[in-house]
Design a protein around this ligand. Structure first.
Ligand SMILES: [Zn+2]
Ligand SMILES: [Zn+2]
Length: 360
């Protein structure tokens, strides 16, 4: 009640926050809770910039609460653990993704699907169990219940691993759940941004033949030579699309703009699955007839539970999968947001928090 963000908790914290719908980020003093019995406190080293951050700072989905410290692709090193913490110790390399809490008693939680818990608590712009606002990773340190931390294996570079915590799990979980993780399948990936480029890497690591589907041919060489895709399909080229009809077992659609589904459904074999993981803010048109002719499926998927997020990071470590990143200082973050809005990044901005965030 009337307490400033700096006075709510015992431990001082510093980060960058959006103060209003302009989305402009600037220095912000706040506070974080003491390390509870089951909590882990860690120094933040890097934080990825997810497209969600851009939507949230500008209140494009509604419900943004200011000041808003974004960031849910957070990695760092443990500095303190609570008395009952089992899994982590000081100096461990850890990460926090989109979630910091859930009810732990519903069906979803019982099945390790905290991401679908109706009472899940998001890493920022949410209200924690104690009634206080959650703040994200564009900040100097963080404290979280140990259940919501993952261990980052030693061979993964922390900066390039950060985007796995949102982008990585967002594509890994549906590839597993919809059984597109079997060798020899043909998997399409629509959109080659933050999600799409790691989608290509995971699908390849599962042994799929991977085709990138894009509106423009610009990224063809990069998709094939740098990311390891097997082929590239320009969705605006009717001849190419016609030649690829009925060839795919599944398609991961990462596009967050409104776009036609009909051409994508045409690419699927019978029983093929079109999995939506982007988040267009308007409804898409779903042509039903092509679904009937081939018993095709359209589905969605959102991030993943904590058990699967750890599994994904371990899989990434085993297969040397990280994001392709552009590391930036914190004072570049507003420019990065403008570039992200124009999809001018290959493929994820990651803030070098430890070296560039200095308390004003
Ligand atoms: Zn995200
Ligand atoms: Zn629950």
């Amino acid at each position: 009640m009337g307490m400033s963000a700096e006075e709510v908790h015992a431990v001082k914290a510093f980060g960058w926050a959006a103060k209003d719908q302009s989305g402009l980020l600037s220095p912000f003093h706040f506070s974080r809770r003491d390390t509870g019995e089951e909590d882990v406190r860690f120094k933040i080293l890097y934080c990825g910039i997810c497209h969600t951050d851009l939507h949230r700072i500008k209140n494009e989905w509604g419900g943004s609460k200011y000041p808003l410290v974004p960031g849910h692709e957070i990695v760092g090193v443990v500095t303190e653990v609570g008395a009952k913490v089992q899994k982590f110790k000081v100096e461990d390399r850890v990460g926090v993704g989109c979630l910091v809490g859930a009810c732990h008693s519903c069906d979803n939680c019982s099945n390790n699907l905290e991401n679908y818990c109706p009472k899940k608590i998001l890493t920022y712009n949410a209200t924690y169990h104690d009634g206080t606002t959650t703040y994200g990773g564009y900040s100097d340190h963080m404290v979280a219940n140990e259940h919501y931390l993952v261990r980052i294996p030693d061979n993964l570079p922390l900066d390039a691993a950060a985007p796995l915590l949102c982008a990585g799990i967002t594509v890994y979980s549906p590839l597993k759940f919809f059984q597109l993780d079997k060798p020899g399948l043909h998997v399409g990936v629509v959109g080659l941004g933050g999600l799409g480029h790691v989608g290509v890497k995971f699908a390849k690591a599962f042994g799929a033949k991977v085709t990138v589907i894009s509106t423009s041919p610009n990224k063809k060489e990069e998709a094939i030579e740098r990311l390891g895709a097997d082929s590239f399909l320009v969705s605006r080229d009717p001849d190419q699309m016609q030649a690829a009809m009925g060839t795919m077992d599944g398609i991961l659609d990462t596009v967050s703009a409104v776009h036609p589904l009909l051409p994508l459904l045409g690419l699927l074999k019978s029983h093929g699955k079109l999995i939506m993981v982007g988040a267009p803010d308007k409804p898409l048109e779903l042509p039903v007839f092509p679904l009937l002719m081939g018993r095709k499926m359209v589905a969605g998927s959102g991030i993943g539970g904590m058990k699967e997020t750890q599994e994904m990071v371990d899989f990434a470590a085993k297969h040397d999968i990280t994001a392709d990143i552009e590391v930036i200082p914190i004072d570049y973050v507003n420019t990065a947001m403008e570039r992200l809005a124009k999809a001018d990044v290959r493929y994820r901005f990651v803030i070098d928090v430890a070296n560039t965030l200095k308390a004003a």
